[in-house]
Design a protein around this ligand. Sequence first.
Ligand SMILES: NC(=O)c1ccc[n+]([C@@H]2O[C@H](COP(=O)([O-])OP(=O)(O)OC[C@H]3O[C@@H](n4cnc5c(N)ncnc54)[C@H](OP(=O)(O)O)[C@@H]3O)[C@@H](O)[C@H]2O)c1
Length: 298
Amino acid sequence: MTTIGFLHPGQMGVTLAATAGTKPDVLTIWAGIGRSAATAERARSAGLTDVGDCAALCEQADIVVSICPPAAATEVAEQVEGLGFDGIYVDANAISPATSKTIGAHFPRFVDGGVIGPPATTPGTTRMYLAGSDAAEVAAHWAGSALDVRAISDSAADGAASALKMAYAGWTKGSSALLLAVNALAEATGVTDALRAEWDLSQPGLTERSQRLAAAVSPKAWRFAGEMTEIADTMAEAGLPGDFHAGASELYQRMAEFKDGPQPLLDEVLGHILGDTVNHSVNHTVNHSVDDTVDHTR
Ligand SMILES: NC(=O)c1ccc[n+]([C@@H]2O[C@H](COP(=O)([O-])OP(=O)(O)OC[C@H]3O[C@@H](n4cnc5c(N)ncnc54)[C@H](OP(=O)(O)O)[C@@H]3O)[C@@H](O)[C@H]2O)c1
């Protein structure tokens, strides 16, 4: 029997646990103390065993999987190291290779990881990439499950799995931020109606894509901010401009109030991105308060 501890069972983390937990030789555990009711409900419904606190989890687990907001990855690792954990530590968060390397230095057995795809409930949608001398051993615990786990390097030193995640999300989440940013620019300069008319002529579907994006991304934007900072750092470390993703991080921070809430309309999101600092009266068909001026969808 292999015991795998998950810190913590969020929307993605709980599916990592559920997919490992389908194997008869794997026990999945979590540490409920200090976590929210939403996390507790996810863990309960996925059949994880609550062992109480992190100390108990580290004592019982053969493998600890860190799957938390990227900005908290270092803190979680330091906590686990402080508890004397000597098994295999897997960091599956969206962090830069440099952050991964720093975290890896805390542990005698470390596996660098990165998850691509939505929460793993349907086979074929989601992959977890791993790098490290224990990567293949860890991957075996998910064999045949809905989560496709791939060992891509037998060394964690270069943070290959993290680098892959950074490159992948640099495009997906980076381009989402860029599309929201140009919507906000059009709004701030009073050309929203003209831009959408031009898009209909030359870039069909971009208005609808912007609306879908705003709805889908906003509740998670608070978490994306930290991930964009990690990507900006990764770019800079590779001698590339980090400013794209530093800007994306700021944009997502401005959307943080939508955390875990209902999906907002694009117009509400643009209002938050622009705040109160922009003069919306320029060339605009209707001239009113910030929150109202961005309403082009209703
Ligand atoms: N969701 C996705 O589609 C997706 C896709 C690819 C990769 N990922 C990666 O998976 C990781 C986790 O994503 P997720 O979707 O599971 O996130 P999530 O749903 O936001 O859950 C985060 C979990 O971490 C806990 N947490 C919140 N703040 C924390 C802190 N400061 N320190 C320690 N734990 C904290 C939360 O617990 P409480 O709320 O109970 O405090 C929750 O259980 C991220 O690195 C993300 O980049 C996610």
